[in-house]
Design a protein around this ligand. Structure first.
Ligand SMILES: O=P(O)(O)OP(=O)(O)OP(=O)(O)OC[C@H]1O[C@@H](n2cnc3c(O)ncnc32)[C@H](O)[C@@H]1O
Ligand SMILES: [Mg+2]
Length: 173
């Protein structure tokens, strides 16, 4: 089974491997530079979901893979403040595409302000924490939940939601 993941982000790749390893021994996971075709800091559910779908569909349409996975991070305004959000898509070659959303939490106002003025969350988190590449590891969600839920764990949950929907469809044809 050959799976294309539309990213080189370590947290995303780890999540895909974690979930698929439990299902199949012969796995060929390929990291693909898939364009999201949305802004680098998506600012709504709609835009973030679109980014995930575009990445997944690019993988199955442009590469020789059985499945394409797209995982996309973004933020959205709510009455309670700016929330970090994530969406995932699983495109099955010549078949359906599945979509799932992830856990979301409010970002501290100090971070939210910087994003509203046009900065990207990745560099803002590194600056805020005086560290590098937080987006490849625990992520903002890990930092602001005290490590309770890390970025790869959050994406692992999304992957389970995607694969589970595909399995349900297979068993109900
Ligand atoms: O290489 P790609 O796959 O694009 O991975 P990415 O880390 O850039 O992730 P996204 O494009 O999906 O996320 C959009 C932006 O939000 C940032 N971001 C999203 N979730 C984050 C998190 O948990 N921690 C730090 N930055 C995050 C990310 O760095 C981008 O600037
Ligand atoms: Mg990105």
């Amino acid at each position: 089974m050959r799976i294309g993941v539309g990213s080189r982000n370590k947290a995303k790749l780890k999540a895909v491997e974690t979930v698929l390893q439990t299902l199949e021994n012969k796995l060929d996971i390929v990291a693909i530079d898939a364009p999201s075709d949305v802004s680098s800091m998506p600012f709504s559910d709609e835009e973030t979901m679109k980014g995930a779908l575009n990445r997944a569909e690019f993988c199955v349409h442009q590469h020789d893979v059985d499945f394409g996975v797209g995982l996309e991070g973004g933020v959205t305004e709510t009455p309670a403040g700016l929330f970090i959000i994530n969406w995932g898509a699983l495109a099955v070659k010549d078949q359906a595409t599945f979509v799932a959303g992830g856990a979301r939490i409010k970002l501290p106002e100090e971070i939210a302000k910087r994003l509203r003025s046009g900065e990207e969350l990745g560099p803002v988190m590194d600056d805020f924490c005086h560290r590098e590449n937080i987006r490849h590891g625990e992520g903002a969600i890990g930092v602001f939940t005290n490590g309770m839920i890390t970025r790869d764990q959050m994406f692992t949950h999304i992957m389970k939601l995607l694969v589970g929907q595909y399995q349900y469809q297979l068993s109900n044809i």
